[in-house]
Design a protein around this ligand. Sequence first.
Ligand code: GLU
Length: 442
Amino acid sequence: MDINYSSDTYSATLNPGLADSIDTMAEEANPFETLQEQIDDAAAYLDVRPDVIERLKRPERVLETTLSVEMDDGSVETIKGYRSQFNGDRGPYKGGIRYHPGVDRDEVTALSGWMVFKCATVGIPFGGGKGGIEIDPADYSESELERITRSFARELRPLIGEDKDIPAPDVNTGQREMNWIKDTYETLENTTAPGVITGKAPDSGGSAGRVEATGRSTVLTAREAFDYLDTDIEGASVAVQGYGNAGWIAAKLVDELGANVVAVSDSSGGIYREGGFDPVAVKEHKRETGSVVDYHNAGREITNDELLTLDVDLLIPAALENAIDGDLAKDVQADVIVSAANGPLTPEADDVLTERGIHVFPDILANSGGVTVSYFEWVQNRQRYYWNEETVNERLEELIVDAFDDLTTAYEEHDLPNFRTAAYVVAIERVLDAYEQGGNWP
Ligand code: GLU
């Protein structure tokens, strides 16, 4: 899979087998209920009225639309699409668009809510949104995908805008789709507005460093976490579940810090080698063959569940929601989990891991590099002045390190049970402050 066009997290389209098992898992935990439980867990530590919290648990609005798109053979297909605008108290709605057969209203709504608290955790001036189309992109030609994307962009046009709602890439979407959406929007509006969408290709107004940003913040979070816990990341053993854009960049960057990537996986399965892998060579193999599985240096093949329960120092889930449920959490042997994916742990898994003393550094901090560099892209678009990659990476590091410090300060000051609750405590306070400062409460 070409990195420029790959997903922000991970492609389940390469092997329908895992997509099926992920869908089955998704039936067990509804991501929207997971989000609501996470908010309640944090609210228990805040002195806030329950009716005020209730407002944070529901989206402001959700567009549900049916696209009618002509296929290459002349037939017309009807396809479902969604855009959820969860909360705009801190700024324009912000969040990606995913193409996946598992997309539904609850998933998109949950993902839009996670964006609210992600943007607040890292302190960037956005609210939260998310969109999705219920398709497996592998089933369509490029011209069909272009027509589907432009049709969705026409539906989104009244909702989106540089100061209203700014989409971005997510699972199975990338620069190509963002460029199409920008072009459709600008054509219909008869203007230039590159800041209407982020994650574009550089020549269409994209930012340096955006493609790597999610993996980069994951590894910055891991680095800070190991430092905070007084352990060495150099020499640490690492397992990465999912080898899409976030997973493989995280593997590459953690290897550069001197850690040892002993296991990686994708939708076809995983590989383990005690001596570790060269993440770049594995990526090259995946690009050529479509999977990591039969990489010639593989020590042995393992399943995704085996990878998630390996005895490693650091586990990075970089696939989809619900990768670790309460049952699997009992078998997890990693010391630290840093989530590159959105929602990879169910609330039951979080409870079990907290009980077992396994530290989880949550998605809404760890993968916030994607939206943070989207913010930088938007700023550059508005100023029509572009930064080099070094500047982008430096500013990203500054924001992630500051957010990490805010989170650990809240963890200690409020004596919180885990770092996820700490992130939500920080984020909820910020969203409520913005709402109150608008004079909305007596
Ligand atoms: N899809 C990414 C996320 O889940 C990035 C969103 C954005 O850049 O707006 O955080």
